[in-house]
Design a binder for this molecule. Structure first.
Ligand SMILES: Cc1ncc(COP(=O)(O)O)c(C=O)c1O
Length: 393
């Protein structure tokens, strides 16, 4: 890496990330290239973002055409790409209406405000949101308050009130935490940042039943697990339940920033003009990009590819000496290591030309493009095994 880039960055960027010593200059499909021309197999894809591959030609064409036509008019007017994308998301999700935000956190802020808005109707005025230990919902103040990771919250107290967490997989704990002011339960079907921990199908269905019994909304944060990453358009779609509100972001824009909050029925109709807004959300260029992402997933049958390659990657990682288990769904997988050496392993993997990241001291996350090939899966497992063997010795 050119040392001058890291020195320049350190001088002018706020110090929020511990960055790896690589400057990427180009991407193509599952591959990234650094400033010395070295190739890396990208099994992280911008943390579950570039799911249709880097520099995807269909997305690039759609966005550049739109950039040359109409970039921005605000949400005070109608634009066709936004309406078309909302129609597609409604059809793919089975939910009824969409609000476009700019990223995962702002999609979740929208979901929380929508639940509160719905909770203000009728006699009971409800606002409380229960989420899960180990969850991650974003870095804005409200989404941080919903995030079940006290170490991320500690230095930013006081956080907005109205949020509490319970242990996952424990319906009794959840039932006991419900207060008269509670309006919603918020969860991820796979806790990505929390260590790639999938929640059980029976638990999720139990949460849905409890929400119905206690008249609570169920919000699924599908920011990381959605847009095909678990083998379905939305991660809940083969888990036997439907949420009232769902958020998605990351992969939806093919690398451009977008977030979406979807809802059904009366909840979807709770906002009134003036309740919520965004300058950039749902802009024509990013919506054209998202429409191209959806088309790419459909035309190349990438949901089926995700399921097939996901099963292969899981099996290959399970065979690597030093891996005790592999968990997750589709192509959102966590390799659990016998020893807590994930940080050193990820650094070594990078040297060997494999991009992955460590979400826990003993867990390495794989979130490759949904378009990854059979050969690339085998190559990723081979490089990962090499890195683990090197770290172990
Ligand atoms: C489940 C989940 N929710 C929300 C977020 C926040 O998304 P963003 O960084 O786009 O604000 C993330 C980011 O990793 C996430 O994984």
């Amino acid at each position: 890496m050119s040392a001058s880039v890291s020195a320049r960055a350190d001088a002018v960027l706020m110090s929020t990330y511990r960055r790896a010593p690589v400057v990427f200059v180009r991407g193509a499909g599952s591959w990234l290239y650094d400033d010395a021309g070295k190739a890396y197999l990208d099994c992280l894809c911008g943390v579950s973002v570039c799911s249709v591959g880097h520099a995807n030609p269909r997305v690039a064409r759609a966005v550049s055409e739109q950039l040359g036509t109409l970039v921005h008019v605000s949400n005070l007017f109608y634009t066709l790409p936004q309406v078309e994308l909302a129609e597609r998301l409604v059809a793919l999700s089975g939910l009824d209406r969409v609000f476009f935000a700019n990223c995962g956190a702002t999609a979740n802020e929208t979901a929380i405000k929508l639940a509160r808005r719905w909770g203000q109707q009728g006699e009971r005025r409800r606002h409380g949101v229960i989420s899960l230990d180990g969850s991650f919902h974003g870095r804005t103040l409200a989404t941080l308050a919903a995030t079940g990771q006290p170490e991320k919250q500690a230095t930013f107290q006081p956080l907005p009130p109205g949020f509490s967490q319970v242990a996952p997989e424990d319906l009794e704990a959840l039932a006991a935490a419900i207060e008269p002011t509670t309006v919603a339960v918020l969860l991820e079907t796979v806790q990505g940042e929390g260590g790639v921990r999938p929640l059980g199908e029976r638990y999720l269905q139990g949460v849905r039943r409890l929400c119905d019994e206690r008249e609570l909304l169920l919000i699924v944060d599908d920011v990381q697990a959605g847009t095909g990453r678990c083998g379905r358009w939305f991660s809940w779609q083969d888990l036997g339940f439907v949420p009232d509100i769902a958020t998605t972001a990351k992969a939806l824009g093919g690398g451009l920033p977008i977030g979406a909050c979807l809802a059904r029925g009366a909840v979807a109709a709770a906002f009134r003009p003036g309740d919520h807004a965004t300058t950039f959300g749902g802009g024509p260029a990013v919506c054209r990009g998202a429409l191209a992402v959806i088309e790419e997933i459909e035309q190349r049958a990438l949901l089926a590819n995700c399921a097939a390659r996901g099963a292969e990657l899981r099996a290959a990682l399970e065979r690597v000496p030093g891996v005790s288990a592999v968990r997750g769904r589709g192509l959102l997988l966590g390799a659990v290591l016998e020893r807590p050496c994930a940080e050193a392993l990820v650094a070594r993997a990078l040297e060997l030309g494999l991009v992955v990241n460590n979400v826990r001291p003993e867990v390495v996350r794989f979130a490759p493009p949904l378009s990854i090939t059979v050969e690339e899966v085998a190559e990723a497992a081979r490089r990962f095994a090499g890195a683990l063997a090197a770290v172990a010795s």
